[in-house]
Design a protein around this ligand. Structure first.
Ligand code: ADE
Length: 242
């Protein structure tokens, strides 16, 4: 995957040099290119923003530096993402969709909004969540991280993201590693039993219980099997009994 990032602050992306995303760059599974759009400003002071017509607070990114930066590299079939708190909220499903693309462009503003005409260059307006950041850089870093780990072979061969929270529509069940007893905190017996069917059922029940407790909104969109339906009504009944 080719990733292009339009930003005034490329140094804010140093997180991408490390760990799994860093390795994906070194092994050539992804290529990351930075474009500082201040380099494309044509005015002598290298300004990239100006006051909004009609008045109002704050500055807006001007179209010219962004249009000229976009014209400076190939992106014919790319997804072009504008980092914008007013965009659609980024989620695991969108990360999965992006991980299939051959090129993704991230357009990051800083402090300010965008001149509306910049949106003609963009395929998706995307927000990290319902809060306002100082700029799009942190949001783009998060989206790149979540996307790159889903590219085939970026996680080790043994690793799997199919059990991740969200990828099934439920939160992930609790997991334990050694020791079996840590300062009196014990691993549930069922996980030590070697009984695969009981372990599977326990994990499913824990996933459902955790999702019901922390993210009941996810259950509204979930397509339940008969087994899951029965478990969920048990859990709800147990909850009411308390
Ligand atoms: N820029 C400022 N806030 C943002 C957010 N929540 N998501 C994406 N880009 C942003």
């Amino acid at each position: 995957m080719r990733i292009d990032i339009l930003t005034l602050f490329p140094e804010m992306f140093s997180a991408l040099e490390h760990s799994i995303v860093g390795r994906a760059q070194k092994s050539g599974k992804i290529e990351v290119n930075f474009h500082n759009f201040r380099d494309f400003a044509t005015n002598t002071q290298k300004h990239v923003d100006d006051m909004p017509y009609g008045g109002g607070q704050g500055m807006l990114l001007m179209p010219q530096p962004i249009f000229d930066t976009m014209a400076s590299f190939p992106h014919e079939n790319a997804r072009v993402l504008m980092m914008d708190p007013a965009g659609r909220t980024f989620d695991q499903k969108f990360a999965e969709e992006l991980s299939q693309e051959s090129q993704v462009v991230f357009l990051c503003g800083h402090y300010e909004g965008f001149d509306e005409r910049i949106k003609s260059l963009v395929t998706d307006e995307v927000s990290l969540g319902d809060y306002v950041l100082t700029g799009g850089e942190v949001a783009a870093s998060v989206m790149i991280d979540a996307t790159v780990r889903l590219i085939p072979d970026v996680l080790g061969k043994k690793a799997s993201h199919e059990d991740d929270s969200f990828s099934s529509g439920l939160l992930e069940y609790p997991q334990y590693t050694r020791p079996e007893d840590f300062r009196g905190l014990k691993v549930p017996d069922v996980l030590m039993s070697g009984h695969h069917e009981n372990i599977r059922k326990w994990r499913l029940r824990e996933s459902l219980a955790k999702t019901l407790r922390l993210r009941p909104d996810l259950l509204e969109a979930y397509d339940f099997s008969d087994e899951e339906k029965a478990m969920l009504s048990d859990l709800k009944a147990a909850d009411h009994a308390v």
